[in-house]
Design a protein around this ligand. Structure first.
Ligand code: ADP
Ligand code: MG
Length: 264
């Protein structure tokens, strides 16, 4: 094997990655250059958290992965194929998306919200019903109690659980989560962190979760990438990242140290 392909396979954005971002540049409106030569590789079954300040380009990166936007330069590969070469419908079938304000359709029941993508895919009603039940049970909302409820009759935490159930309904291998727990109170958020870990241990998706909260990233992810000035400043397991001396990473760790100092 030529040594450049070995280097690629071991590199940060190897050809075998579920998602590979290579030397990507993106400009957005008045913001100008948002991503500036960003490289990132995400392995199948990995949970990767992307942490950065507001405006750092975290959501932009997720939109690149699901093909909503394309890079000005560089390439984004999903399962080895450039997002520009994917049929957009096929690409989005491979990807579940969970947002902070997930926008459940308020006039639909919980069950109908979860059934949206399976319906689009033309599944039979029996298969859809079975899947809705399975997904509600997975996220800890018993189907008998919740499937027929209106989406507006739920608490914030319950809505986020439904958002996760909806994103997983068609069993996509990739899950993108954009500040999914950002709007929740800390107790509910901690509860959903535990639930997330339980569900991920069961379903083993390739997950990219965006957050501005390092504590959340540490609680959820196998590896954490810090996005700063349009590049990944550091990408490491939480344990290594916590010891970072990088001036771009330290400020994001400060809230953790403050909390710890206060408790000790
Ligand atoms: N649709 C858009 N049009 C123009 N500028 C945008 C658009 N979306 C985001 N931006 C700008 O791009 C930068 C990065 O945004 P975003 O990726 O949403 O950041 P983050 O999710 O990290 O807070 C910001 O300066 C933002 O104002
Ligand atoms: Mg964002």
């Amino acid at each position: 094997m030529p040594c450049d392909s070995v280097a690629l396979m071991n590199g940060p954005a190897s050809a075998g990655s579920a998602i590979a971002v290579r030397d990507v540049y993106v400009s957005r409106g008045a913001a100008g250059a948002v991503l500036r030569g960003l490289d990132l590789g995400i392995a199948a079954g990995e949970t990767l958290a992307l942490v950065g300040r507001s405006g750092a380009g975290k959501s932009t990166l997720l939109k690149l992965i699901n093909g909503l936007i394309v890079p000005d330069r560089g390439e984004v590969l999903v399962e080895g194929r450039d997002t520009r070469e994917w049929n957009p419908f096929d690409l989005r079938r491979r990807i579940g998306y969970v947002l902070q304000e997930i926008g459940l359709f308020p006039h639909l029941t919980v069950g109908a919200n979860i059934a949206i993508v399976p319906r689009l895919l033309g599944w039979s009603p029996a298969r859809i019903d079975a899947r809705v039940t399975e997904m509600l049970n997975l996220v800890g909302l018993p189907s008998a109690t919740y499937a027929q409820r209106g989406a507006l009759e739920l608490s914030g935490g319950q809505r986020q659980r439904v958002g996760v159930a909806r994103a997983l309904a068609a069993d996509p291998p990739i899950l993108l989560m954009d500040e999914p727990f950002g709007a929740l109170d800390p107790v509910t958020r901690a509860e959903l962190h535990r639930e997330f870990r339980r569900i991920q241990a069961q379903v083993r998706k390739t997950v990219v979760i965006v957050t501005h909260d390092m504590a959340e990233a540490f609680a959820l992810a196998d590896r954490v990438g810090v996005l700063d000035e349009g590049v990944i400043a550091q990408l490491d397991a939480p344990r290594e990242l916590a010891r970072s001396t990088d001036a771009r990473v330290r400020p994001l760790l400060e809230p953790l140290f403050e909390a710890r100092a206060f408790m000790s």
